[in-house]
Design a protein around this ligand. Structure first.
Ligand SMILES: NC(=O)C1=CN([C@@H]2O[C@H](COP(=O)(O)OP(=O)(O)OC[C@H]3O[C@@H](n4cnc5c(N)ncnc54)[C@H](O)[C@@H]3O)[C@@H](O)[C@H]2O)C=CC1
Ligand SMILES: O=C(O)C(=O)Cc1ccc(O)cc1
Length: 307
């Protein structure tokens, strides 16, 4: 196998994403050693049981000793606390990164705590499922998925290259952009769809018992797809909306305008308007499928059950 990209990767947070990185780093030889640190004793115990790390003592000094790549894989709301608590153990020259679904707020929270000589390069793999915890992870999660890096303008070029090479080794396609741009794009492509899913499933839930049981019984595929997204982790998504407020509110405003336009077309019986609208959206779906980016039923066929 090719040389590892880093000597030791330390993953802080071992849920879906952290445990998937651990599995993938081992499977594809991206790191010589894998250390895991999680605030939950139950998660640490499970990490030791399933054996996805070489170092899983729960001691930050031990986990971070010799780590040339440290990745924060916790919900974005605790990134600042995590950065503060790991800062004393970060080694000079190490790369510090994260996987948060929001970038500007994470930078604002983490950057002030990054010691001199440590290279902070935020990242976001656009790959996941509605499941969480260390048992939900799998080695192939990042295969052929984008990982967006948002390096600051004065970032160390070698550190950016190493982080990109790490993600490439575990299967991702890598692209760089500014944190602000990332947050605007993701507000539309990921955060707004989750909000809509939470809302529509919440609306069904509000209808009362009789309707609720019929919704479950006769669930058509449209609603069913929304329930998968609306089953996503509440802590993670609360933190995303609180930390990407501006961009999400802006996209929500645009969404509401389009929804009002559709409402008007239905009220006025404007069949041509509805047809034209749906024809435009169908073209978007087709280009996503052509680019191999269809994530419906994500990864289940490609799951690696070995770890
Ligand atoms: N779930 C998904 O589909 C995706 C999630 N992300 C991002 O990845 C991050 C992690 O998400 P998941 O792995 O899904 O979450 P998860 O809920 O599966 O795991 C989070 C882990 O962080 C640990 N943790 C919480 N506070 C901590 C602290 N102070 N110190 C150390 N560990 C702590 C928890 O015990 C838990 O094991 C989030 O920031 C999320 O925005 C990014 C891409 C996809
Ligand atoms: O499960 C799904 O459909 C997702 O959209 C997963 C996901 C959740 C959050 C991210 O920041 C990136 C990907």
């Amino acid at each position: 196998m090719a040389e590892p990209i880093v000597q030791r990767v330390a993953l802080v947070g071992a849920g879906l994403i952290g445990s998937s990185i651990a599995r993938a780093a081992r499977e594809y030889g991206a790191a010589r050693e894998i250390a895991i640190l999680d605030a939950s004793d139950a998660v640490m115990a499970r990490v030791r049981e399933i054996g996805i790390a070489d170092e899983a003592s729960g001691d930050p000094a031990k986990a971070l000793a010799g780590a040339d790549l440290v990745i924060i894989c916790t919900p974005v709301g605790v990134c600042e606390t995590v950065a503060q608590s790991i800062a004393p153990f970060l080694e000079t020259g190490a790369i510090l990164s994260d996987v948060g679904s929001v970038k500007s707020a994470v930078v604002a929270q983490v950057a002030p705590h990054v010691p001199e000589g440590v290279h902070f390069i935020p990242a976001h793999p656009i790959a996941g499922t509605e499941f969480s915890g260390p048992d939900a992870g799998f080695a192939t999660l990042f295969q052929n998925r984008w990982c967006l890096l948002t390096p600051p303008e004065d970032a160390d070029a070698a550190a950016v290259e190493t982080l990109g090479a790490f993600w490439t080794r575990i299967g991702a396609k890598v692209e760089a952009m500014s944190a602000d741009h990332h947050d605007k794009v993701l507000a539309l492509t990921s955060h707004l769809p989750h909000l809509i899913a939470y809302n529509i499933v919440g609306t069904a839930e509000d209808f009362g018992e009789q309707t609720r049981s019929e919704v479950i019984k006769f669930s058509a595929s449209g609603f069913r797809d929304f329930t998968r997204i609306a089953a996503s982790d509440p802590t993670m998504w609360r933190d995303i909306f609180l930390n990407n407020r501006e961009a999400v509110l802006e996209m929500l405003g645009r969404f509401n305008e389009d929804l009002s336009a559709l409402q008007r077309m239905i009220r006025r019986g404007d069949g041509q308007g509805l047809f034209d609208f749906f024809a435009r959206t169908r073209a978007i779906r087709r280009s996503i499928v052509e680019q191999g980016q269809d994530t419906a039923a994500p990864d289940f066929g490609r799951r690696d059950k070995s770890a």
